[in-house]
Design a protein around this ligand. Structure first.
Ligand code: BES
Ligand code: MN
Ligand code: ZN
Length: 501
């Protein structure tokens, strides 16, 4: 979708669908919505008075101006109550309106930046959230049907963000551009998650990383299995032993070598298919394990956005990419692996493979002496038992970093909730034979996974996000359409953009 920003009045705009908005309880709308109301001889306020328009969040009312203004249709979208209003409500309202416009056959969409006027939001952030909601809400699931209308079906072609005020224009333009970059990066993460495991292999992820690096001028290094073995990354190496598909340890660096900039390392679990290995998973829903690289997808998306936004930070993106399959050469329960920091791991379940690839990634991260490390992983089924599909689980040692991420979560809509890492939880992963074991049993499964990771996240502030409950959705949920959600891209980018503030 093309995204354009323009100064002008809603009543002059030639478009298939014009989106304006109002709060619940408004009786006489102001701003762009008020201008439309006046041009349509009070139609909007009449519908409010009749109770047809209530302004409830995501309520969409379609009006036909019949030549009174050049727009073919006007979509009035509700923003909900002013007390509960914020950027997330902007995204949800924008998505609801865009989905309706698309379903009506519109291709050219024009919208005001919701909340930038009477809503009192920062105009740049309001424009950004409007673009995000529109682009993400009309994301088209890539499919592989031979007679599919992919690309040719009903789809918006362009979004114009219209701003009437000259003073706000520069901020709205900045926010629109950022919104487009961030939404596109989220769509990249979604595409990677949705692409099946036979196509989105570790090699495929490495190629995507190379494309991002080439476009944005980043440094990139792809470590092959042999390179990682020489570095002593026994945990990472162990996971891919059962697969013919070569593992790739992807390392990208934005602003490489600029020593004066703070270094932040992002790590994303990149298991392109998780069968469980020798500890094989039940076959029911196993196809969903193509999504086990969604942490890696989020890091690749975030790196693309970081590069395009030209953020003044040294950002390192690490994606340990590998496939977890059973074979006669696969690692087995009882095996003992040695990670890069020399610690030994007894394998109890080969299905607890995510923490193995992350362990060596966390060790590798230490070489940058980072100011912060954040890892994202579809790490445990247990996190969905604890938190469902509403937020990611957050764990870690960096108190300030956790606070910063919580604030970024609030703004970005990628929500996180902290769970405890009391030292006693580590008792569950004590091993008779090695420094630790890779499974702590059923109780507090997400916490013991995080406690395992803590053994390797040494020497820097660290946060682990368990995204297994939020990385994909099987039901349509507002701007999160079916499939991979791209969770983490907006959160990471927001965290990085506000790093110094
Ligand atoms: N990728 C899975 C976690 C997962 C399961 C994510 C279901 C989303 C849906 C991970 O590799 C895994 O298998 N974890 C095990 C850990 C256990 C063996 C300690 C789990 O959650 O069962
Ligand atoms: Mn697994
Ligand atoms: Zn996994």
């Amino acid at each position: 979708m093309d995204v354009i920003v323009k100064q002008g009045n809603v009543t002059d705009e030639v478009t298939d669908a014009l989106v304006v908005s109002l709060f619940e309880g408004t009786t006489s709308p102001g701003g762009g919505t008020g201008a439309v109301d006046r041009a349509l001889d009070g139609m909007v306020s009449q519908l409010i008075a009749n109770g047809d328009i209530r302004g409830k969040l995501k309520e969409v009312t379609v009006l036909y101006p019949a030549g009174k203004i050049p727009a073919q249709r006007v979509l009035v979208v509700g923003l909900g109550k002013q007390e509960t209003f914020g950027y997330e409500q902007v995204r949800q309202a924008a998505a609801a309106a865009a989905q309706r416009a698309r379903d009506l056959g519109a291709t050219l969409l024009t919208s005001i930046a919701h909340g930038a006027g009477t809503g009192g939001l920062d105009p740049a952030m309001a424009a950004q959230a409007t673009v995000e909601g529109t682009v993400l809400g009309t994301y088209q699931l890539k499919n592989f049907k031979s007679n599919s209308s992919n690309g040719a079906g009903r789809m918006l072609q362009s979004l114009t963000i219209l701003e009437a005020s000259a003073e706000k224009m520069a901020s709205v333009a900045n926010g629109t551009e950022a919104g487009q970059i961030i939404a596109q990066a989220t769509c990249l993460a979604r595409d990677l998650g949705n692409t099946p495991g036979n196509i989105a292999t570790p090699t495929y992820l490495a190629r995507v990383a190379q494309d991002i690096a080439a476009e944005t001028g980043m440094r990139i290094e792809i470590l092959e299995q042999e390179d990682t073995r020489k570095l002593g990354m026994g945990a990472f190496v162990g996971v891919s032993l059962g697969s013919e598909e070569p593992a790739k340890f992807i390392v990208m660096e934005h602003n490489a070598g600029k020593a004066d900039l703070p270094t932040i390392v992002l790590i994303g679990k990149g298991i392109t298919f998780d069968s469980g290995g020798i500890s094989i998973k039940p076959s029911e829903k196993m196809e969903e394990m193509k999504y086990d690289m969604c942490g890696g997808g989020a890091v690749l998306g975030a790196m693309q956005a970081v590069g395009r936004l030209g953020l003044p930070l040294h950002v390192v993106g690490i994606v340990p990419a590998s496939e977890n399959l059973p074979s006669s050469t696969a690692m087995k329960p009882g095996d003992i692996l040695t990670a890069m920091n020399g610690k030994t791991i007894e394998i109890i379940s080969t299905d607890a493979e995510g923490r193995l690839v992350l362990a060596d990634s966390l060790c590798y991260a230490a070489r940058y002496q980072p100011a912060a490390v954040v890892d994202l992983a579809t790490l445990t089924g247990a996190i969905t038992v604890a938190l469902g599909n509403q937020c990611a689980g957050m764990f870690g040692s960096g108190e300030e970093l956790k606070q910063h991420l919580s604030a970024a979560a609030q703004v970005s809509g990628d929500r996180v909730w902290e769970l405890p890492l009391y030292p006693e939880y580590a008792d569950q992963i004590k091993s008779e034979w090695a420094d630790m074991k890779n499974s702590g049993g059923r109780l507090a499964g997400s916490i013991t996974a995080a406690a395992f990771l803590a053994n390797f996240a040494e020497g820097y502030p660290w946060v682990h996000l368990d995204i297994a409950g939020v990385a994909w959705t099987t039901t349509e949920r507002g701007y999160n359409v079916k499939g991979a959600t791209g969770f983490g891209v907006r959160l990471l980018v927001e965290m990085l953009r506000t790093w110094h503030k």
